[in-house]
Structure formats: C-alpha cells, structure tokens
Design a protein around this ligand. Structure first.
Ligand SMILES: [Zn+2]
Length: 322
C-alpha cells in the first residue's frame, strides 16, 4: 500500500474556480504511481522524498488532472488521463483508477457537450480517455461532438516508435480520432512543414489524412504555445478571461514541463524529459511570465495542489502561493 491514500468520491472534482467571466474545473482520472527517481531525474532521493514520500517500491503517488474550461459557448477539456484501454499488466504497474467519466459527471460535464479536447502531448497518461473501450471490444471517440487537438510533431514522434519512449505512444488513443475525422494536428506557424498527407503522420494504411492547423487558437480565449523539453513538440494551453473593469485574468495548463508544484524549481527536471536542458530554460521563461502576470498555473500530475498562483520566495525560487 502506498502511504498516501488513493482517490475517494470527494476527490472526484479537484477544484472549481472562476477566472474572470470563465469557469475552470479540475477533474481527475484518479491517481497513479510512478517511480520517484524517474520523476525527479538527478535530484537526490534524500531531497525529493521530503516533498513526495515514496512507498517500499520507490513509487510516488501522482494525479491525472483534466482541466475543464467553460466559456459560455465552448466546453474545452485539456488532457484526458489514462483511460480504460490499459492491459491488466499495465494497470497493475500504474495502479490507475479510470475515474474521469465519474469525475466529469460529478462536475456536471456531459461528454456530448464537450466542444474541444486538447492534448498537451500524446503520452499515454495524457490522452487515454480521448477514446473509450466499449463492452463490445470496440474503441470509439469518447467525446462524440468534440474536435480534438494535438501537436503534429507529437504524432510524428509517436509514429517513429523509438525504443526510448514507444511504450508511451499508443495508437488506440488517437487513431480512432483520425478515422472519425475529429483530430486537428497543430503545426504552429507551419514550423514543422507538415502537410495533410505527410508520410511522417501516416498510421495504419486505412486512416484518412489529418487536418493541419498552423494557428494557435483552440476556441475564443483558449490557445496553445510550444513548450519543448519534456518532448520536442509539447504544448501548454493558455486561457484568458475578462475580469471586472476591463482587466484580464490568465491561466495556463503547463503540461509536463512542470508536472507538480514540487517541480517549480527550474532545475528539478524529470528523468522522463527528452531534453532536460531545454526544460530548464523553458521553465524559467514560463515562470518569469507566470509570476509577473499572476497566472493560475494548472499542474497535470499534482493530486494535492492542482492549481496555484506562483511567486518567488526569499531565495529567488518559484513556489506555489495558494
Ligand atoms: Zn509526458
């Protein structure tokens, strides 16, 4: 047993807060466990275990946060957890709980009212409920009326099935969305030069071509920005709302650039990160803006502190304020 408890019903909705004229809800696919060493890279265990206690197998307890943004006209979901397509062996390893459908229901979010789904990247623990394994054994899109968005570079990287990270890129999380025509691939400013029929995006032969978008906007007030490092094409998701007196309020789902509030220290990067030096510089770039403009930062894998505004402490380190 892990020292920290796993999810209970009162954990189904992690947080609900207003952002100006918008509503932010943090739902959850429950908790899962990962190796503590992998979560903290070269940081010595004597240091990280004070922040996150490890169990007897050196595992730490993490969350799977889905951000729901209600804008009035759109219902945007950022990330969809691990899902229900895990093999029994994988579920045994990760101890994941398949809670997102119950969490969305508890928050009053109907699957058919979701208009947009954004995946910051296509690792299995960020896009699992993009699709659902039915009792008939068929995998279908979970959000039938939604348009889904992911980085073209992420899909291309997943298609390579590299020995370092192929276990994280699972076709059933996104191929059914290509088949249904619901997936838009983002190639910001056309920097990757992706075309709809691009050989780099090619999956199983029968899949139709993908739709490519070179602009950042997902819905009014919601847009993406590239934050490379964890993966080369990872996206952060910005939200901007109108507040009283014409001011604006900002939030950002930062993805695995900063997986938990314990990773706000720019040098505490993960063993999973493909390019740790880029992670450090991108974290610094992100934190400068997030602190100065008092953004609500949403962490993907923090089951304790799902969102926080960030400040510099007396040592000049970024820390969660609330
Ligand atoms: Zn990841």
């Amino acid at each position: 047993m892990h020292p920290a408890k796993t999810s209970s019903d009162e954990d189904l909705v992690r947080e609900r807060r207003a952002l100006g004229d918008l509503e932010l809800i943090v739902c959850s696919d429950g908790t899962y466990v990962l190796d503590g060493g992998a979560m903290f890279g070269v940081v010595p265990k004597t240091m990280w275990q004070k922040r996150m206690p490890a169990d007897e197998q050196n595992r730490v307890l993490l969350g799977l946060n889905t951000l729901v943004v209600r804008t009035g006209s759109a219902v945007v979901l950022v990330e969809t957890g691990i899902g229900n397509k895990q093999s029994p062996k994988m579920q045994e390893i990760f101890q994941n709980e398949e809670r997102l459908p119950a969490s969305l229901a508890a928050a009053g979010v109907r699957p058919d009212e979701v208009t947009h789904v954004v995946n910051t990247h296509l690792h299995f623990d960020h896009c699992g409920w993009n699709t659902t394994l039915g009792e008939d054994g068929v995998v279908r899109p979970t959000f039938s009326n939604a348009r889904y968005f992911a980085a073209a570079g992420e899909l291309a990287h997943g298609r390579l099935q590299l020995e370092r990270d192929r276990v994280s890129y699972l076709g059933p999380n996104y191929d059914p969305l290509l088949a249904s025509g619901q997936l838009t691939l983002i190639d910001l400013h056309g920097a990757g030069g992706f075309t709809p029929g691009d050989a780099r995006l090619r999956g199983p032969e029968a899949l139709p071509e993908a739709r490519i978008q070179t602009s950042a906007e997902i819905a009014p007030g919601v847009w993406v920005e590239a934050f490379p490092g964890h993966t080369a094409s990872m996206l952060g998701v910005h939200v901007e709302a109108r507040a009283h007196g014409g001011a604006t309020e900002r939030a950002c789902y930062i993805g695995d650039l900063i997986p938990t509030h314990h990773h706000l220290d720019a040098t505490w990067v993960m063993g999973y990160d493909l390019d740790p030096l880029t992670c450090i510089s991108e974290r610094k770039r992100f934190l400068e803006q997030a602190v100065a403009e008092e953004w609500v930062v949403v962490f993907p894998h923090d089951h304790q502190v799902a969102t926080a505004r960030v400040v510099w402490n007396e040592k000049g380190k970024a820390v969660a304020r609330d």
